[in-house]
Structures are given as structure tokens and as C-alpha cells.
Design a protein around this ligand. Structure first.
Ligand SMILES: *Cc1c(COP(=O)(O)O)cnc(C)c1O
Length: 393
């Protein structure tokens, strides 16, 4: 059985160009980038080249890039670190209800420490309510953190507008751009973004590595203490191969952005049309146009997303319900809830995320299997057609 992977928002396969670039740094250029001898200098040259590549891809200085273990760490660090370092000015943070868990839980920790956090609502397409944002900024607000694009429903936020508002009000703006890199053009200087998180493994790079862009001059608390790596803000020996891979992955993602977006969005639109024409009660979640080129999220009436996922898995097709972190447990998606969907449609959510090598033939097979699976599940559904979309929110 040829397996089909449509869970690329959870993680991607590493690009072969990226892997090739990483290889020498495991056992041939293996020095510690902090060492002063030639072995160390060679490793350091490689990490500085990667820093340079990322900086030029997102339009900042290399000195504004800090390597981390991924976007989870970058988000934790940005939110808690900026909040702590700027607490004399105020203890109020603004974020949204549809952020990744690593942002939401970092904010919850701040609340336990006595900070006030405003979680903005979104409209039915998942866009942050800008009127609410403006209304909630006050003299104690030090940070606004809104993701560039959502990992579950693919909605791309109006980041430029939000960044302008933050700058005008003298509030720092952080964005989790993990899903947006390689799909949305981002230039942190032009867009007035103060901090940005990104990750390797969502863009065909290695797992366990990411970066935080932090504008020079923005005060932040150290993430970890120990050695003096990363301008004495994030201790720990640099993971040279992973960092080299991250640099290459970001470079390729930003270089190929137009071609990949064009290819994937045309397949995405094809898949959406096929599903809507062949499956009854298939409701697209997220924004119809302002969405990631590789993201499709449907709620299917009279079925549970979990069951669809397991039954497709038996056919060798990998999809997801909501975010990877909440699958495995049966927690409802906080993102679908925030859209205001009825309870049955929250439970009926299924996410299909394409890669740059997904083919039309694969999508045709998925549509066919999906039709069968949903037909089977609807035969045994405890809810009736008349109840679809009407169960309590
Ligand atoms: C995957 C993801 C993260 C977490 O990234 P890791 O590098 O896996 O820690 C954060 N935010 C978004 C939007 C993501 O999709």
C-alpha cells in the first residue's frame, strides 16, 4: 500500500538538499562553535552563515537571530522573556484565542504570576478582531502576540495592520510565524515586527531547532543560564548540524515561496472543490481566500473527526484533527471552538495539509476513501441530519 501523508502542518519530511548540507557537521566539522581553535572556528563559521541566511530571508540583521530548540521555545522565550524584562512599564499582554498551545500556556503562566492577559476573539473565518485589539491596549500593555498564520485552519492574519497598531501605541509585537514561513512574504523590518518565532521541521528542515528574531534594543530576560552563547541570553552548545539545516531550509522556503504557493494552492482549491461536490455536509473551516496554500480544514456533519482520522489511517492516509498536540487526547480544538462552531462541527473537524510534493493523484485517492469512510460513519451516526450544526456550542 502506497501511503499518503497529508499532515504536513504537524511536521514535514526533510528536504534532501537540506540533509546533504547538514551531513558534514555531524562527524567531519564537529567542533564546538564556542571553542577558539580551528575546529571551533569552522563550526562557528557554519552557524554564522546560517544566521546570515535566516536574517536575509526575513529582512533583519544577523545579530537579531537567536537559535532555539524550536518554535515552542522561541514562543515561550519571547512571551515570558519580554513580559518579565518590561514589567516595570506594565503587566498586560494581548494575544488571541487561536494561538498555538506554546503561546497560550506561556500566557497562562504569566497570569499565575499576576500578569493580565487579554485573549482576543476571532471572527467566523478565524481573523483576530481588530476593533477589540484597539479597545484593549492600555498604558500597562507591553506585548501583543498574534500568530502570522494558524496551524489548524490556515487563516493568515492581517499581521501588517496589527504590527502598525502596536508600533503606533508603543507596544512590542511578537508573531509566531512557524506556519507562515515559506508561504507568506515576511520582512520584519518593513513590517515593524519586533519578535518572530520560526521552526525547522515545519519547512522541510530538521526537528528540534528553530529561531527567535528579536529586534536589537528590545529588552528580554535570559532563557537559560550556563555558557555565554547567543549573546549570553540562551546558554547551551549550539547544535551545528541542525542550525545549518535550519539555515538551508529557511533559505529554500523563502526562495521558492511563489512557486510552492502557486502549486499547493491550486491543489488545495481542487481538493476543496472535489470534497464539496462529492460529500454532503462538508463545511470548510478558516478563511476562504486568506489562508495557507497547503491547508484544508473541513467539519463533516454527522461524523467525528477522530473516527475519520483512524479510518483513513487504516487505508494508509495520514490526516489530523485539530492540532497534533491535542490528538491522542480527545480534547476539542480550541481553534474550532473560537470560530463559534456548534459542538458537533467542532468534533467533526478534519485537517488535511499538503506538502510541496503532494500530487493530484494522491488527492483523488483521498477524496475517494474519504467518501467511503464518511458514508460508513454516517450510517451509524448517533445524530440526525436535522441536528447538524445545531448542537450546543
Ligand atoms: C508546530 C508549531 C509550533 C511548535 O513548533 P516546534 O518547533 O515543534 O516546537 C508553534 N507554533 C505553530 C503555529 C506551529 O505550527
Amino acid at each position: 500500500m502506497n501511503k499518503i501523508y497529508l499532515d504536513n502542518a504537524s511536521t514535514t519530511a526533510i528536504n534532501s538538499e537540506v540533509l546533504t548540507e547538514m551531513m558534514p557537521y555531524f562527524n567531519s566539522v564537529y567542533g564546538n562553535a564556542s571553542s577558539l581553535h580551528s575546529f571551533g572556528r569552522d563550526a562557528k563559521d557554519a552557524t554564522e552563515q546560517a544566521r546570515q541566511k535566516i536574517a536575509s530571508a526575513i529582512g533583519c540583521l544577523p545579530s537579531e537571530i537567536y537559535f532555539t530548540s524550536g518554535a515552542t521555545e522561541a514562543n515561550n522565550w519571547a512571551i515570558k522573556g519580554i513580559a518579565h524584562a518590561n514589567s516595570k512599564k506594565g503587566k498586560h499582554i494581548i494575544t488571541s484565542k487561536v494561538e498555538h498551545e506554546s503561546v497560550l500556556k506561556a500566557c497562562e503562566e504569566l497570569e499565575k504570576e499576576g500578569y493580565k492577559v487579554t485573549y482576543l476573539d476571532v471572527d467566523k473565518y478565524g481573523l483576530v478582531r481588530l476593533d477589540q485589539l484597539l479597545h484593549n491596549i492600555n498604558k500597562d500593555t507591553t506585548l501583543i502576540s498574534i500568530m502570522s498564520a494558524n496551524n489548524e485552519i490556515g487563516t493568515i492574519q492581517n499581521i501588517q495592520t496589527i504590527a502598525n497598531i502596536a508600533r503606533e501605541k508603543g507596544v512590542y509585537f511578537h508573531t509566531d510565524a512557524t506556519q507562515a514561513i515559506g508561504s507568506v512574504n515576511i520582512s520584519v523590518n518593513d513590517m515593524k515586527i519586533d519578535a518572530l518565532s520560526l521552526s525547522g521541521h515545519k519547512i522541510y528542515g530538521p526537528k528540534g531547532v528553530g529561531a527567535l528574531f528579536l529586534r536589537n534594543g528590545v529588552a528580554i530576560e535570559k532563557f537559560m543560564v550556563g555558557g555565554e552563547q547567543e549573546k549570553n541570553l540562551r546558554a547551551g552548545t549550539l547544535n551545528t548540524p541542525a542550525i545549518v539545516g535550519l539555515g538551508k531550509a529557511v533559505e529554500i522556503a523563502c526562495r521558492d515561496i511563489i512557486a510552492n504557493a502557486k502549486k499547493m494552492s491550486s491543489l488545495r482549491n481542487y481538493f476543496i472543490k472535489e470534497v464539496q461536490s462529492k460529500i454532503d455536509m462538508a463545511f470548510l473551516n478558516g478563511h476562504p481566500i486568506q489562508r495557507l496554500p497547503n491547508n484544508i480544514n473541513f467539519s463533516f456533519g454527522m461524523v467525528e473527526g477522530e473516527s475519520v482520522m483512524y479510518m483513513l489511517d487504516m487505508q494508509g492516509i495520514a490526516v489530523s484533527t485539530g492540532s497534533a498536540c491535542s490528538s491522542g487526547s480527545v480534547e476539542d480544538s480550541h481553534v474550532l471552538k473560537a470560530l463559534g462552531l456548534a459542538e458537533d462541527l467542532v468534533k467533526g473537524g478534519v485537517r488535511f495539509t499538503l506538502s510541496k510534493s503532494t500530487t493530484k493523484e494522491e488527492l483523488d485517492i483521498v477524496v475517494e476513501e474519504l467518501q467511503k469512510v464518511i458514508k460508513k460513519l454516517r450510517k451509524i451516526s448517533p445524530i440526525t441530519k436535522a441536528q447538524v450544526g445545531k448542537l450546543k456550542k
